[in-house]
Design a protein around this ligand. Sequence first.
Ligand code: SF4
Ligand code: SF4
Length: 93
Amino acid sequence: MTVQVDIDIAKCTGCTHCKDVCPTNVFELRPRDQVPDVVDDPAVGAKFQFRGEKSLAINGPECIVCEACLFECEGECILITDEEQHVHRSSYK
Ligand code: SF4
Ligand code: SF4
């Protein structure tokens, strides 16, 4: 089993924090028009501004579960399932 990194894309604001802190380059920011079925969660939009990109976890198996991204994700939309099938959720600072 490898580590799985999932993003609830509707909650992703495109803040880039995940990409900035990840030591193993799990994340890539893509323009919204290149992300299929892109929508925005209004509850997150009430607190934060949606930018022009969405984050994709393109290298999920490279995750070392340092949890840095989980505390920096303003959309609280990252969910990591480790090799023992334990689930780690975002909680913004
Ligand atoms: S928990 Fe994984 S995806 Fe998140 S910053 Fe650390 S290595 Fe990157
Ligand atoms: S930190 Fe969270 S909200 Fe910000 S770009 Fe990454 S997944 Fe999206």
